[in-house]
Design a protein around this ligand. Structure first.
Ligand SMILES: *Cc1c(COP(=O)(O)O)cnc(C)c1O
Length: 395
């Protein structure tokens, strides 16, 4: 980052990066924001120009000023070599994995992984001749024992977005590197404001930009940020697959990023307040939120993270399906649906079964995942208190 006047590098806070990076008003007639660039063809003036291929933009599929405006911000936040914007969080995971493997290789995926990552690994990668094994998210340095000569990638997600195990990223990175593999970390929960996996030894960081970056449940996006060593592979796979994100979607990501810091702060505070309050409520067996002292991985979270996200889960005492239905069907502020990261609160009943293979999920009771939005905290508590009461009565 350069100081505007002196042009010399300066260390700036993440808030300043979010508000000032990735936009150059002088290139946009003085307008503050980089606008939506739509375009396929980029024109060359002369034969010499098209032969030299030295223009900043050559063809729209490789990116445009709007997509680059997002990439610049995420690169700075993650302390990365470079970043690519892709059309979804899932695309970020699949491109990252594909950049590490070829037929005959093996990968290790955390048992707590976002479920479509498993579908991709067990389906697409298996068809391409890549094997996948799942590991205990709490394995840490024990990962070394699972490494095989052909293991080329380790996928971590910290915390897991359904069950909230925190992963020991430095230990995983060490084991992966000693075994000749790359470590990919899904950092969607914390955002780069509260965790920077590259600094902890990861090689590739992916985000579901759809969630906190966009922040308004109105667009899809993903990002892939890498070290210098891992960049060429990611860029090649993205280019070869023809993966491109439109200027319209990129604009919504850039717009969301400008307020990410204050939104994260508010989501964090509300989520923590509701999580602590839930711990005192009847029917609640456990609240799975890494920033709570009761969480089994709290010490690890404290060591590596500087804040916490909007998302956590609550385990209620065993009760039949009628109780689960009574809980969610009568909610007035929390809505039921996939995804998270928007301004509105969400509640999702979680079924863990086939999607846990390394460490079976044995907790008794019903698990609900909550995304705490920007509504009034007391209103949200009242909505949940009434839901717990209905849960009890329906038993
Ligand atoms: C939602 C999500 C994804 C996938 O993002 P999409 O944009 O929906 O494809 C990946 N990882 C995590 C942790 C998520 O929550």
């Amino acid at each position: 980052m350069n100081d505007k006047k002196s042009g010399s590098p300066v260390q700036q806070s993440l808030e300043t990066v979010l508000t000032h990076h990735g936009r150059v008003p002088d290139d946009q007639f003085g307008f503050v924001n980089t606008p939506v660039y739509r375009g396929s063809t980029v024109l060359f003036k002369t034969l010499a120009d098209i032969e030299a291929q030295q223009q900043r933009f050559l063809y729209g599929r490789a990116g445009n000023p709007t997509t680059e405006s997002v990439e610049a911000v995420i690169t700075a936040l993650e302390g990365a070599h470079r970043t690519r914007l892709v059309p979804s969080g899932l695309a970020a995971i699949t491109v990252a994995l594909l950049s590490c493997v070829q037929a005959g290789d093996d990968i290790l995926v955390t048992d707590s992984a976002y479920e479509p990552s498993r579908t991709f690994s067990d389906g697409f990668l298996a068809r391409m001749g890549v094997t996948t094994r799942y590991y205990d998210p709490r394995i840490g340095a024990g990962l070394a024992e699972l490494m095989r000569p052909n293991t080329k990638a380790v996928l971590a997600e910290s915390p897991g977005s359904l069950t909230f195990e925190v992963q020991d990223i430095p230990a995983l990175a060490k084991a992966a590197h000693e075994g000749g593999a790359r470590l990919i970390v899904d950092n969607s929960w914390a955002s780069p404001l509260y965790l920077q996996p590259l600094a902890l030894g990861a090689d590739i960081v992916v985000h579901a930009g759809t969630k906190m970056f966009v922040g308004h449940s109105d667009a899809f996006a993903g990002t892939i940020s890498t070290t210098e060593e891992s960049w060429a592979g990611v860029d090649r796979v993205r280019r070869e697959l023809g993966i491109f994100t439109s200027g319209d979607d990129a604009f919504l990501v850039a717009r969301g990023l400008r307020t990410l810091a204050i939104r994260m702060k508010e989501h964090q505070q509300r989520a923590l307040e509701i999580a602590s309050w839930l711990e005192t409520q009847s029917e609640v067996v456990q609240v799975l939120h890494p920033a709570l002292p009761s969480h089994p991985d709290h010490a690890l979270w404290q060591r590596d993270f500087t804040g916490s996200g909007s998302l956590f889960a609550v385990l209620l005492a065993p009760a039949p399906r009628a109780s689960v239905a009574a809980f969610v069907d009568g909610l007035s502020l929390f809505s039921m649906g996939y995804s998270w990261g928007g301004y509105e609160s969400l509640c999702l009943p979680v079924k863990l079964g086939k999607n846990r293979t390394a460490v079976p999920w044995t907790a008794q009771g019903n698990l609900f995942r909550l995304h705490i939005g920007l509504e009034g905290v007391e209103d949200l508590k009242a909505d949940l208190a009434a839901a717990i009461e209905r849960y009890s009565l329906a038993r």
